[in-house]
Design a protein around this ligand. Structure first.
Ligand code: SF4
Length: 323
């Protein structure tokens, strides 16, 4: 069984605590599974937290209890760290919900089984809803699917959090197989052509028309909405640089050839020096495709991960200089 170390939580007075999150496809949890989670919480004095991804996080664990917790659970982790498919949120659909128009559980489970923890250029979330109420917030997922009376709407490029973006409607199709085929083409195209960037950033960079043309092939028919998005003028906010990236939290920009300092913006470091990525991962910073974490200066990431910023700068400088 695949296992992952615990995820470091906020450090209080130098004391480190960890969280683990077992895999619970679609959020359907059987009583026996729930009992195991309760047993872990009771025996290891952990706290349980219901997450937004239909899971139960077991947090406040001591480092020495992480392996024991996994052994007691006998469950898979929800996802592997770093840039991978993190979640497939699935609504009850025609299995349970009176409003459902499509079987979101059947389709969602197929997507979950096929893609969960699969490596991607950045983190990826999916959502599958059985009707346009979209209780899974599918339009804010990197890949979102919504059931309608006549079939399915397939969206790409949604995200929430610090950089919210509504997904773009890529196509309306009739069958589950058409959804699965289209998702497969979108994922393949994204994996082969994206930098370290979320699906929405990728679409914004290449243009919606180009994305749809690539994934729909002969079925692609250009429309005004595609062109509008592709040519949307960049809106700059106060404190943003020429590329729209903010530097208001004390971060300084870095280009290839520049030294790395404690104030260097992480996103710039990994773009200018991609060979530093393993060094970031070695301090537990597996979320390098997450815009919020890479928009931090180095000192802030060091603080969050409980490492000495001077040591981290020194290690990164060694990598940069090829030492
Ligand atoms: S999205 Fe529709 S089908 Fe799914 S739970 Fe919500 S109301 Fe029910």
């Amino acid at each position: 069984m695949a296992q992952v170390a615990g995820n470091l939580q906020r450090i209080h007075n130098g004391v480190r605590r960890y969280a683990i999150t077992p895999r619970i496809p679609a959020g359907f949890v059987q009583p026996a599974m729930l009992q195991k989670i309760i047993n872990v919480a009771n025996e290891l004095h952990a706290t349980l937290k219901i997450t937004g991804s239909q899971r139960i996080m077991i947090t406040n664990l001591k480092a020495e209890d992480v392996d024991k917790a996994w052994a007691m659970l006998g469950m898979e982790p929800a996802y592997m760290n770093s840039n991978r498919v993190r979640s497939v949120k699935i609504c009850p659909g025609t299995t349970f919900c009176k409003r459902a128009k499509q079987d979101s559980v059947k389709l969602g489970m197929q997507l979950e089984k096929k893609y969960i923890s699969k490596e991607m250029p950045s983190k990826m979330k999916m959502g599958v809803a059985g009707c346009t109420n979209s209780c899974t917030e599918s339009i804010t997922k990197d890949i979102g699917v919504i059931g309608t009376v006549s079939g399915w709407q397939v969206y790409a490029g949604g995200s929430a959090g610090a950089h919210p973006r509504f997904g773009d409607l890529i196509a309306e199709v009739t069958t589950e197989k058409e959804v699965l085929d289209l998702v497969d083409r979108m994922v393949t195209f994204y994996k082969e052509n994206a930098h370290i960037e979320r699906m929405g950033e990728f679409i914004d960079r290449i243009g919606l028309a180009a994305f749809k043309e690539a994934v729909l092939g002969d079925d692609y028919v250009a429309n005004a909405a595609d062109e509008e998005v592709a040519q949307e003028p960049e809106v700059k906010l106060p404190g943003q640089g020429n590329d729209g990236i903010g530097t208001e939290n004390g971060a300084t920009r870095v280009q290839a050839g520049d030294p790395i300092t404690e104030n260097s913006l992480i996103r710039d470091i990994i773009e200018a020096y991609p060979n530093t990525i393993p060094t970031f991962q070695s301090i537990g910073m597996g979320c390098l495709g997450c815009p919020s974490s890479t928009m931090e200066p180095l000192w802030q990431a060091a603080q969050i991960h409980g490492v000495d910023v001077n040591e981290l700068v020194s290690k990164l400088e060694d990598v940069r200089k090829g030492a």
